[in-house]
Design a protein around this ligand. Structure first.
Ligand code: ADP
Length: 464
């Protein structure tokens, strides 16, 4: 079902949106499937086990009619192009009214007001209180329910007296009047409470939605400013770095050792800051939706190995052992290579950055029947217990990390988490101070893969 989104703007948010109406439509139809099944299941029980003398054949016919009607609704909801929300609301209202009518017949065939199930009307009234915005339709439906029950009761009492009786005795006039009054009170009090609650809930939801939009806007604005600042900083820093390189290469001979060391130090620092700025630009680009996903079908192991290999130079420079444990089989999978690369690179580079020289970082992909992912283990500084959750927040850096590695933004893991959640994955971390950390990223496999049978085989380990 496709509805012009512009048309939806003419109605008030949040319960008049195309999505919420479609959901409600589908919900109502699904609820009806359940009640039809329950009805068809209960009829033989009431007939055989409880021995009621009521119109079982008529009720079965009604259930079948309801089934046919619901199939019709299902196809209308799926294939009919509603022009606007008003048409869709009318379709929902029609369903409620027809349901009320079907319930009337059902109650009549099962003993009328003598059958306590006449309170089924209330289910429809409650549903309409939840589904429809405003006051009009919920109250119209509550009124329709009360009217139908009254008319049927009068008809049964005056014209079709005693036809279908749940109990051996027909209900007395006093009982009928009391039952009707009880129904009116519960019906109207019920719809008043539900309607008041739902309208309050709707306005609250509207406010929350508006605040959310504002919040998202301000996050975007902040990201824009951030990105702008990062861009502005990048060019002068690159200029400083190039100047230092020129000084180093042209005047290296003439410089005193201390000056030369200072130039080298400054060059190193500026290149670290440039890396940091590049990371800030990447993160803000992602937050602003400027980095589009690039879906590709890849051999997961091969692809991952390629990404991890990019970190070999840094690992060697820092005298770290970077180990890759190959999968013993191939898993071809369609992934957002752009997003996933950021996840892997951030985890591996963190492992390398927060592990002192002589340590080890191991990257290990895994596949099970319903998931796949990777584990990045290191023998580094570890993460303090109290920071385990905080490290996924923007700009958060642990004290020990700040001491070990001055350069860092605290943005990487936040981005990793966002991307992992975007693809319905999970990220977890285990760590021990001074011993190392282990990050595990796991994504669901849409189709069952025969991973386990291979998982037993030996994995090939490669030192990069
Ligand atoms: P950055 O590394 O730039 O500080 P991240 O968002 O990538 O930012 O990481 C946030 C923090 O999480 C780090 O500052 C550090 O405290 C902690 N952290 C992440 N990975 C590791 C790791 N492998 N070992 C120890 N601490 C880590």
């Amino acid at each position: 079902m496709k509805i012009d989104l512009k048309a939806s703007e003419s109605l008030e948010l949040p319960f008049h949106t195309v999505v919420s109406l479609n959901e409600r439509l589908a919900w109502l139809i699904n609820l009806r499937w359940i009640s039809i099944i329950a009805l068809l299941f209960c009829i033989p029980i009431a007939d055989k086990m409880l021995g009621f003398n009521i119109g079982f054949n008529e009720i079965t016919n009604l259930a079948v009619i309801l089934l046919v009607i619901n199939i019709l609704y299902f196809f209308i909801a799926r294939y009919f192009q509603f022009k606007n929300e008003y048409q869709e609301l009318a379709f929902l209202e029609l369903q409620i009214l027809i349901d009320l009518l079907v319930i009337s017949f059902m109650i009549h065939y099962s003993g009328g007001i003598g059958n306590p199930f006449y309170y089924l009307y209330l289910v429809q009234v409650i549903l309409s209180g939840i589904i429809f915005p405003g006051k009009a339709l919920p109250y119209i439906n509550a009124f329709a329910a009360a009217l139908l029950l009254t008319i049927w009761t009068i008809l049964e009492h005056v014209i079709m007296f005693d036809r279908y009786l749940l109990r051996s005795e027909p209900a007395s006039l006093a009982l009928i009047i009391t039952s009707l009054i009880a129904f009116y009170i519960i019906n109207f009090a019920g719809i008043y409470i539900i309607n008041t609650f739902m309208n309050g809930y709707r306005s609250l939801k509207r406010i929350i939605d508006q605040k959310n939009v504002q919040l998202e806007q301000s996050i975007k604005d902040r990201s824009r400013t951030f990105r702008f600042a990062a861009h502005e900083l990048k060019s002068p820093l690159i200029a400083i770095q190039s100047t230092l390189e020129v000084v180093k290469s042209l005047f290296s001979e003439d410089l005193r050792k201390e000056v030369k060391d200072m130039v080298l130090k400054a060059e190193k620092r500026s290149s670290q800051v440039i890396d940091m700025i590049k990371e800030m630009i990447t993160v803000t680009q992602y937050n602003l939706g400027m980095e589009k996903p690039v879906f590709e079908n890849v051999d997961f192991d091969e692809w991952l190995f390629g990404i991890v290999s990019h970190h070999k130079v840094y690992a060697n420079k820092k005298n770290l052992e970077l180990v890759y444990n190959h999968l013993s089989f191939s898993l071809n999978i369609n992934i957002d290579v752009n997003g996933y690369e950021k996840v892997v690179s951030n985890l591996v580079s963190n492992g390398l950055r927060y592990t002192p020289s002589g340590g080890k970082v191991i990257v290990e992909p895994f596949v099970s029947d319903y998931s796949y992912g990777l584990v990045v283990k290191d023998t580094g500084i570890g993460i303090p217990k109290e920071d385990m959750e905080k490290i996924f927040e923007e700009f958060y850096r642990s004290k020990n990390a700040r001491e070990a590695e001055q350069i860092g933004t605290g943005l990487g893991l936040n981005l990793v988490k966002e991307i992992v959640y975007l693809y319905e994955g999970e990220i977890s971390v285990k760590s021990e101070i001074g011993k190392g950390s282990e990050f595990k990223v796991e994504f669901p496999l849409k189709e069952k893969q025969s991973g386990n049978e291979y998982a037993e085989e030996l994995k090939q380990s490669v030192n990069l």
